[in-house]
Design a protein around this ligand. Structure first.
Ligand code: N2P
Length: 364
């Protein structure tokens, strides 16, 4: 009885002190899968004494559904900027007090300027990584089926039904990411990747319907191992993921050679942003985590491991030269010119997009 009473008092004291009580030495992080070197989390725990609970997702839609429902229990989440913009409007994030983030001085103005298009003044978010959506392919298997001149530098590799048909037996995977694949389809057929009208969506959908029979799977993380193991020929995927597949194949020494290409017709450049949900249980620890992730050596470690470029300029001296100098990871001006970004979809356009995507996937 006495203990129960004492317990009750302790609980009451905790409630008064609020959820951010310093004694809760925990931070709940929800990030993309295959997106970190876990030794970074150990470094953070050692430096701050705050334990990291790290959960992963592979789709913005999954994260968004949770954020809009609220009470996620997460302290730090990492949506893509085009989704984040809509989520900011829905009021799900806390403003970041920049005076509590001294490491912000390390950030790269070039990237901060671009992310500010989605999050004015970067009020709610800090860039984690950025990259492109392009083609991952098995060099030998593609050549076997399409010859030495296989168009690996073009979306035609997958979007031309004649090619897709020839690649079918060894497998094509595609991201399950409508806000990325539909713009790629629009761009390929010569329309504005940011078109939102029904007619444009229908045209994209008609093009995708022609290759749909040859797509083995729509999935946003399995392709890494599938490429690495030589189980598939091509994946429309994210830059760093494809490089990780290349790495895994090399480590397994299995003779599989994987490459990534940014198609010549253009490709999407996206930005993944760290943000703190308004109802985060440990907002102070979230700030400590974000500040830590802006340490040049730590974020460089992430880039060296996941092969994505980051938005931290001071980290560049710690990034391996083969990554920093790789035009597919840190694109120079001429490659940047081929990249497009997507503007925020309003809820109505997003519904139309989702409908279009569902019909593409189900093959109706
Ligand atoms: C990491 C994928 C992150 C890129 N596996 C998606 N924005």
């Amino acid at each position: 009885m006495r203990d129960a009473l004492a317990g009750g008092l302790v609980a009451a004291a905790l409630i008064v002190a609020g959820p951010a009580a310093a004694q809760d030495k925990v931070v709940n992080v929800y990030n993309w899968s295959d997106y970190i070197d876990e030794s970074i989390l150990k470094d953070f725990e050692a430096e701050t004494g705050i334990k990291v609970n790290y959960d992963v997702f592979d789709s913005n839609e999954i994260l968004e559904t949770k954020l809009l429902a609220g009470s996620t229990g997460y302290d730090v989440v990492v949506p893509t900027a085009s989704f984040l913009a809509r989520q900011i409007q829905a009021g799900v994030f806390s403003e970041l007090d920049k005076s509590e983030l001294p490491n912000i001085k390390n950030m790269w103005p070039v990237i901060a300027e671009r992310t500010a298009i989605y999050d004015p003044d970067n009020t709610y978010s800090i860039n984690y990584m950025w990259g492109t959506t392009g083609l991952g392919y098995n060099v030998d298997k593609v050549k076997e089926r399409l010859g030495e001149d296989a168009p690996v530098d073009s979306w035609a590799l997958v979007f031309d039904p004649a090619n897709a048909e020839k690649l079918q037996d060894c497998g094509i995977h595609m991201l399950d990411a409508p806000e990325e694949i539909i713009p790629a389809a629009l761009n390929y057929i010569g329309l504005d990747p940011n078109a939102r009208d029904r007619e444009s969506f229908e045209k994209a959908s008609e093009m995708l319907a022609k290759i749909r029979p040859y797509v083995q799977k729509f999935h946003s993380s399995e392709y890494i191992n599938a490429l690495a193991n030589g189980d598939i020929c091509v994946a429309i995927g994210w830059s760093g993921d494809v490089f990780q597949a290349r790495d895994r194949a090399a480590e397994a020494d299995n003779g599989v050679s994987v490459e990534y290409s940014i198609p010549k017709e253009g490709a999407l450049m996206w930005f993944d942003q760290m943000a703190i949900p308004k109802d985060a249980p440990h907002p102070e620890n979230a700030m400590a985590f974000i500040n830590f992730m802006m340490k040049p050596e730590e974020i460089a470690k992430a880039t060296n491991y996941v092969y994505y470029a980051n938005g931290n300029e001071a980290s560049q001296e710690f990034i391996e030269a083969e990554i920093l100098d790789d035009p597919q990871i840190y694109p120079p001006e001429d490659v940047l010119e081929r990249l497009y970004t997507v503007e925020v979809y309003n809820p109505r356009d997003q519904r139309n997009l989702t409908r279009t995507w569902t019909s593409v996937k189900s093959g109706i």
